[in-house]
Design a protein around this ligand. Structure first.
Ligand code: MN
Length: 208
């Protein structure tokens, strides 16, 4: 794995075609409270680009925003709902054309409730992931080598997981339902940010 660390934006010569794996690290899990600190991207080629925001200066991320807004580019996430939400909130743009390995896993691995990235990598790829740095201080102005490695590893395997999960989605005939859920994610994250995560438009109860 090769790690490229950038500050505030991707270099202009780093572009993605077809698909890109994306993950984010933030100060916490509440998009209105916790600022974005790092965006990790990989083309699935063992190279990871980390865009670090030591300060919340998000207007400088011109090339990154271009990639996020590219509707022809498939963005592969694990639990896209969080990442798409914070990216939308931070950069004020809708992220469309999404694949979520967690949703795919829930549709095909119905024999388990373990759908974490670590669980998928272990079972589908035979890869052991460390989750040690998950709760570290991503707001630090200088990230440690361990943090960089952990962050990069989170996007390293998403293309391979998608390949495996696509085979299982086809086998179990859940492709179109999974795709419908991926397509709804931009709207779900919009609802998360405006109406709250517990707001369920499909619910019979209308007390929210
Ligand atoms: Mn991560």
């Amino acid at each position: 794995m090769k790690i490229h660390l950038h500050s505030y934006d991707l270099p202009a010569d780093v572009t993605f075609k077809g698909s890109v794996a994306i993950d984010t690290e933030a100060m916490g899990l509440k998009n209105h409270r916790d600022r974005l600190c790092l965006v990790q991207l990989s083309a699935g080629d063992e190279e990871c680009h980390l865009v670090h925001f030591p300060e919340p200066r998000f207007d400088q991320a011109v090339n990154l925003k271009k990639a996020l807004a590219d509707k022809d580019l498939l963005k592969i996430f694990h639990y896209a709902r969080f990442d798409v939400g914070i990216l939308r909130h931070t950069f004020q743009l809708p992220v469309e054309n999404i694949y979520c390995t967690k949703i795919a896993s829930r549709f095909v691995r119905t024999y388990t409730n373990r759908h974490g990235l670590k669980d998928l990598c272990k079972e589908l790829l035979g890869v052991d992931l460390s989750k040690q740095e998950q709760t570290s201080d991503w707001g630090s102005p200088v990230l440690s080598p361990e943090q960089l490695k952990y962050a990069a590893t989170d996007v390293l395997h998403l293309h391979k997981l998608k390949q495996k999960l696509d085979i299982l989605l086809a086998r179990e005939k859940r492709q179109s339902l999974a795709q419908a859920c991926f397509d709804f994610l931009p709207h779900r994250t919009h609802l998360d940010l405006t109406a709250g995560e517990n707001f369920d438009i499909f619910s019979y109860q209308t007390d929210g």
